[in-house]
Design a protein around this ligand. Structure first.
Ligand SMILES: Cc1cc2nc3c(=O)[nH]c(=O)nc-3n(C[C@H](O)[C@H](O)[C@H](O)COP(=O)(O)O)c2cc1C
Length: 185
């Protein structure tokens, strides 16, 4: 591989990308937008998404949103996201994403169900803005503990249960839901 080639190795499910350890940033006046179907496959990505993620539009469309999943992200947070959407509710969440070359970028995401005229959920929509650095530092510390809890179990499901319990215990200590808590940071 040349030094300029993206660190992408295609597998049957998603590209295996090594985190580069470099963080990339987008501007305060930019919003990263994507839409998905009910399974979380990308149906729309705006120009900012394409620019920041480093993927071509054709690579994004139809791909699972986990394409840009960073390995440091706790599974418990995605469980919370999907559980909230399944209840028909929207959620704000801090997410650390991974670009095509392995760089990471933090976002504050607002994810909402999209509905048709009859009120049926037809897909999901996410708008992401630049988060405050102070908040990212606090959230990253908690996410690290959640991820450690997940990695301490060989069984994935047991790891998810452990980190979900830890997230709930952390939130119980604040007396707030995840959403209420992130606005207090
Ligand atoms: C509208 C929408 C936007 C999403 N955005 C992201 C995202 O930016 N980054 C991410 O890692 N997962 C995102 N997800 C969650 C992914 O679908 C997936 O649950 C997550 O990446 C964990 O993947 P895994 O369970 O395969 O590890 C999004 C889901 C939806 C419905």
């Amino acid at each position: 591989m040349t030094p300029f080639a993206p660190a992408v190795m295609l597998t049957a499910t998603r590209p295996r990308i090594e985190p580069s350890g470099r963080e990339r940033h987008f501007r305060d006046d930019q919003i990263i937008v994507s839409k998905t179907d009910l399974q979380g496959r990308i149906t729309y990505a705006n120009d900012v998404f394409i620019e920041v993620s480093g993927y071509e539009e054709a690579e994004l469309l139809g791909a699972p949103h986990s394409l840009i999943r960073h390995p440091d992200m706790p599974r418990a947070v995605f469980k919370l996201l999907w559980d909230t959407l399944a209840e028909g509710r929207e959620i704000f969440a801090y997410v650390n994403n991974m670009a095509r070359n392995g760089d990471n970028y933090w976002v504050l995401a607002h994810v909402t169900p999209s509905r048709d005229r009859a009120g049926r959920v037809t897909g999901y929509h996410s708008n992401r803005r630049v988060p405050e650095r102070r908040c990212v530092d606090l959230v990253a510390g908690i996410y690290r503990l959640l991820r450690e809890a997940e990695r301490s179990h060989q069984d994935r499901q047991a790891g998810l249960v452990a980190s979900t319990s830890l997230l709930e215990a952390t939130l119980a200590g604040t007396g707030k839901s995840y959403e209420e808590w992130i606005w207090t940071l």
